[in-house]
Design a protein around this ligand. Sequence first.
Ligand code: XMP
Length: 505
Amino acid sequence: MILVVDFGGQSNQLIARKVRDLKVYCEVVPFNKALNSIEEKKPTGIIFTGGANSIYEEKAPKIEKEVFECGIPILALDYGTQLMVQALGGKVKKVDRIEFGEVNLNIEESVLFKNIENGNVVWINNVDIIEELPEGFKSTASTKNSKIVAMENIEKNLFGFQFHPEVNNSKYGKDMLANFVYGVCGEKADWTMANYAKTAIDDIKKKVGDGKVLLALSGGVDSSVTAALLSKAIGNKLTCIFVDHGFMRKNEGDEVEEAFKDSGMNFIRVNAEDRFLNKLKGITDPEEKRKAIGEEFIRVFEDEGRKIKSVDYLAQGTIYPDIIESGVGDGAVIKSHHNVGGLPDVVDFKDLVEPLKMLFKDEVRELGRELGLPNYLVDRQPFPGPGLGIRVIGEITKDKLDILRDADYIFREELEKAGLSKDINQYFAVLTNNRTVGVKEDIRTYDYTLALRAVETTDFMTAEWSRIPYEILDKVSRRIVDEVEHINRIVYDITSKPPATIEWE
Ligand code: XMP
């Protein structure tokens, strides 16, 4: 395995993803845990990330010298390289003019540049430059403005790049990483989801033994894949509770039931629509709605949990980005993550089972496919816990939910048919609380305005509204007003996030 040592760079996860794309297992650890992790995990190679700091800053992250002496190949990137230079006796200097963006790389002979053409483009963002190499190192690449942008000490298998091979702008970045991972570290491309599934199933069997496991299944990708994996491993020792709050999209509840009801586990679908609708009667404020839905979720679980009383393990669909610790700051914070609004407090359990906790989202999807889950579950876009409850503006009623479900279905269907669903990260309809006058077959109507929302984003923290072609919008609009009763006007949301959020409530 390859260990990525994080110095607070923004691309720690990206580097790990790129190594895993090479089908080599890889984990990310914060710099202050590097030495312990090396002893514990015995990696075949180490990659230092970049970082936001200059090594001259007072609080700049440092690394123990022993890391360089443990005999394991190291590829340092950007800040990591500057740290390596400084730690091994070379000199780094602040630049007068930051070198930033795409640059051409003049390369020398190096194992890391095998089969890579001279003059290739890489992405660079340099705050400090290498002024003097440490003993035993030679320069292996330069740019127009910098004499040393790559270095190596081949006897000690220590390498440094001042540029970023992990970003797509670096044309041969992936090949350079491959040269390190395969050529220098001797790894093989054998980390596949089929192997992962086998190992994970064995591990679950070993851990759980004859014990009983409970999983709160939301129907989202992570909990669905967790359910599939656990059910393959332990069959009827797994109980899944799927709370259908009535705020699912069209057919979704049935699809989840269909996928799991005969999978060998105990699948409990709680049809709680009436309960939720009752609880939400008269509530119009978005925050109050969210709170009420979250609380009711927990109540439903508790009621089901009381019937089960005790299990040995509680399973969760936690994934890797939720647990990667930050490399910066003292006492790194670990984010906790629950797939549903709450855990059943009334159920006693002795430990957690989190079989996806080392996987990135797209790996979870791949694993789901490997386990035979249908595409409609595996490729599902993010869906908020409160579901359509926060996409019906104003008071939620069964009628409004049904109208929204039908309209949302048409929108999604048309985008999928047009082949746009792969590029748009989230797309859905919102039933506004606004009614306007229209005319249908010569008769006056006074019906709802439906809003369509589609965004492109990588992290959902910021998002750009999607430029859906007019013809597609036109088709969606015509179909919805034609096929769905009580909608007579369609608007398309053209605000990005910020200042808007993705959801309307
Ligand atoms: P906003 O509206 O904050 O949404 O821009 C960002 C992303 O988060 C999703 N979202 C939720 N996900 N529980 C969830 O699991 C929630 O309560 C929730 N609210 C928003 C939203 O769909 C978008 O992907």
